[in-house]
Design a protein around this ligand. Structure first.
Ligand SMILES: [Zn+2]
Length: 272
């Protein structure tokens, strides 16, 4: 009490006390973090020693899950209000509009309207989390079809390339060409895989494990994907700004080349 009163009477003392309290809190956080890191490394070491490459962020997963804001929410389904014919047509026009026909202004103001994600999906796809092993929807699925990106609908994997690895996550030994980007993981040694359109986190890729002839295992979170069964139409890909800009620039270049060609043909025709 006395020290509090003294502190109240002395602003400098109050400030010093507050600083000390902050440092104590920070040190305690850092110690917890270090301990957690040491434990993870120990577990990783054991897994590697056992000759098995895991999607090890699962070890982080439970811990990170604890930080989530409340329990995962059910996917919020849009209200059953039917869009009017006018709205429907407008939406279809925007969606199916040929990139080459878009104006520069339209391209610059374009904002992708990605599929709505629930808390769990956001945690994995946007925050690079990992769903727990053996809990994903597609771990043992053998149904034929195409696995698309949950966030943007880009086709990522074919069921023909799926194999049973018993690692606890869906495994594929090949991707659909151009669909998956590889990047060095933040941990500095694993290779992260991302959707090449929207950049959504998919999982990790491992090589040299001898599971299949292709010797590659894409270890993918079920939650990052959606399986579209064989014979069903694939939904339209929701292009990212980068994808749209790239396609538009290519289309503009093509148009210019064609125009140049036409001009040259006219000139050579006139020269005869
Ligand atoms: Zn995507």
């Amino acid at each position: 009490m006395r020290s509090t009163r003294q502190a109240q009477e002395n602003p400098e003392l109050m400030e010093a006390q507050s600083t000390i309290q902050q440092h104590v809190a920070l040190d305690s956080d850092a110690a917890t973090e270090n301990l957690a890191l040491t434990n993870r490394r120990r577990l990783l070491g054991l897994a590697v020693a056992a000759g098995f490459s895991l999607c090890t962020t699962d070890l982080f997963g439970q811990e990170r899950n604890a930080d989530q804001e409340g329990p995962p929410q059910e996917e919020t389904k849009p209200e059953a209000t039917k869009p009017s014919d006018k709205e429907k047509t407008a939406a279809q026009e925007t969606k199916t509009k040929d990139v080459s026909e878009m104006t520069e202004e339209e391209v610059n103001s374009y904002e992708p309207k990605y599929n709505k994600l629930n808390t769990e999906e956001k945690y994995v796809i946007q925050k690079k989390g990992t769903e727990r092993a053996f809990t994903g929807k597609y771990t043992d699925t053998k149904a034929e079809g195409t696995y698309i990106c949950r966030q943007c609908n880009q086709p990522l994997y074919r069921s023909n390339d799926k194999f049973h690895s018993n690692c606890g996550w869906p495994s594929f030994d090949d991707e659909i060409p151009g669909a998956v980007t590889r990047a060095l993981d933040a941990d500095g040694y694993r290779i992260e895989i991302l959707c090449s359109n929207c950049g959504g986190h998919l999982g990790h890729v491992f090589e040299g494990e001898q599971f299949t002839v292709k010797n590659t295992r894409h270890c993918v979170n079920s939650i990052s994907m959606k399986l579209i069964n064989k014979n069903k139409d694939l939904p339209e890909v929701i292009k990212s700004r980068e994808t749209l800009l790239k396609e538009w620039t290519e289309a503009q270049e093509k148009k210019r080349e064609e125009a140049d060609k036409a001009t040259k043909q006219t000139e050579s025709g006139n020269g005869r």
